[in-house]
Design a protein around this ligand. Structure first.
Ligand code: SAM
Ligand code: SF4
Length: 469
């Protein structure tokens, strides 16, 4: 791979961001209400508007923002939560990101890469718990070439096991060149996710001292190259704790606007992970800009309002109580039953911690998470139908097409949830889940759709699987 940043310019205007954050710090209540109303009217916010939300100090105005994000989620997306699991393929890495347990200088990291047989075993272990959607994660290393990534994705798709299979694979890996992205696209990936980590270039330089990742511009341009290779389903993200979260939220917004302006399509998802402790990694014990729980809640709500059309991902890095609370503010996807050690799903062992990138906050099983979601009134969804029916940009369609959620998303969530319940759930989850499905069917207003969902559920009870709209 040839790393070239010829002609690439940063679209992150540092001085403009600083000025906006300063100038917008006295927004009145009526202005904050106007901005929230604009978002509820399904319009993406402009930088000055997001800066105004970020600068709010008054607790009552903060509450308005949280309530606004909650209303937007309910109104546009409803009560579905899509579930996935991360699958770590290999932790060899030639970069030296100071916060990451996989960095090259970390002597305490036990390095390994899944063989084909290991990968099949990992996939089987995930399929056996009921998962249908994965994100495959790779360190950055010449071994993990585009061809290797494509091969591993293909192996996962080819692994049919007992009652299930993985139906959608997303990727979190280093940015590639255009040719590399084409190779990975050819095996039918879902989202390609690259986190910028920090949008503040001086901070970025300090924290990424070695390897290909040390180029801020190569990374910033990564998703542009993916678009040029024809991948239009992209995930952006910032690792919260490296620099001021206010700046990072603005950076995510400018990245969104850049993709919209250059390619006519914004990001499919936004991620906002907070740094977690990692073995042998002092930096991660006390990150310089640690984000408090209070600020974290607010930043999630502000992102929800700023880019109302995008999917929002909340990972198991966060502890259970925070996860449960933050679901309200616009989260659309969570991982569950996650293990982040290489080879951990099939063989949990003593070495596991030393093969992990960081420490997870939520270690509940998939079944426990699903039980609690159902009890909390959320519909757990394993839906992959947009991707498989060739409707790319599922989150955007939910947002942009009137009636899409009612016609596709909710019925598909119910069918995939029922599939989970019949094939994989514990007794208590089965009971809670069937009760939820009953309630949700009662809420379907179109009588034809209601009948159709009931018929499909009856077919599933008799053994039919993989039904979707
Ligand atoms: N190596 C690729 C890269 O750096 O883009 C992809 C995989 S990397 C393992 C995935 C993400 O994990 C990184 O983008 C970073 O945001 C996140 N990460 C790294 N160290 C972390 C830590 N200590 N706590 C939480 N997240 C971390
Ligand atoms: Fe390597 Fe990615 Fe970890 Fe950086 S974040 S050390 S590139 S695995």
């Amino acid at each position: 791979m040839k790393i070239s940043i010829e002609g690439v310019k940063s679209f992150i205007p540092n001085a403009e961001i600083e000025t906006l954050l300063e100038n917008q710090s006295h927004a009145s209540e009526s202005r904050i209400r106007e901005i929230i109303a604009k978002s509820l009217d399904k319009q993406r916010l402009n930088p000055d508007e997001t800066a105004a939300l970020i600068s709010v100090k008054d607790p009552e105005l903060k509450q308005l923002i949280l309530d606004g994000a909650h209303e937007l989620k309910e109104r546009i997306y409803g009560n579905r939560i899509v579930l996935f699991a991360p699958l770590y393929v290999g932790n060899e890495c030639i970069n030296d990101c100071v916060y990451c347990g996989f960095r090259i200088s970390n002597q305490e990291c036990h390095r390994s890469t899944l063989s084909k047989a290991d990968l099949i075993a990992e996939t089987q272990a995930l399929v056996e718990t009921g998962h249908k959607r994965l994100i495959m994660v790779y360190g950055e290393h010449p071994m993990y070439s585009p061809e290797f990534i494509a091969d591993t994705v293909q192996t996962v798709y080819d692994t049919k096991y007992k009652k299930g299979e993985i139906r959608r694979v997303n990727i979190n890996a280093a940015p590639l060149d255009i040719e590399g992205f084409r190779t990975v696209k050819s095996v039918g990936i879902g989202t390609y996710q690259i986190f910028q980590e920090t949008y503040h270039d001086a901070t970025y330089q300090k924290l990424h001292p070695r390897g290909p990742k040390s180029s801020f511009l190569w990374r910033l341009d990564g998703l542009d190259r993916a678009m040029q290779a024809g991948i239009d389903d992209l995930g952006i993200g910032a690792l919260m704790g490296l620099y001021d979260w206010r700046f990072e939220v603005m950076g995510l917004l400018y990245h969104t606007i850049h993709l919209e302006q250059r390619f006519g399509v914004g990001p499919h998802t936004i991620s906002f992970p907070r740094i977690e402790p990692a073995i042998g990694t002092e930096f991660a014990e006390k990150p310089p800009y640690q984000v408090s729980d209070e600020d974290f809640k607010l930043l999630v709500a502000i992102l929800r309002l700023s880019v109302p059309y995008t999917g929002m991902i909340l990972t198991a890095r966060e502890p259970i109580a925070i996860r449960n609370e933050i679901l309200r503010y616009g989260v659309s996807q969570i991982d569950a039953g996650s293990s982040i050690g290489v080879g951990d799903y099939a063989h949990k062992n003593e070495e596991s911690k030393r093969k992990s990138q960081f420490v997870l906050g939520d270690t509940r099983s998939l079944d426990d998470v699903i039980y609690e979601l159902a009890k909390g009134g959320y519909i757990p969804s394993f839906c992959t139908s947009c991707y498989r029916a060739g409707r790319t940009g599922e989150h955007f369609m939910e947002f942009a097409i009137p009636g899409f959620v009612k016609r596709f998303c909710t019925p598909n969530a119910l069918l995939t949830f029922a599939e989970y319940l019949y094939d994989f759930s514990s007794d208590r989850t089965l009971k809670a889940g069937l009760e939820l499905i009953e309630t949700e069917i009662g809420k379907i207003t179109d009588p034809n759709m209601q009948t159709s969902v009931k018929e499909n559920l009856a077919k599933m009870k008799e053994g039919k699987r993989d039904l979707f709209y």
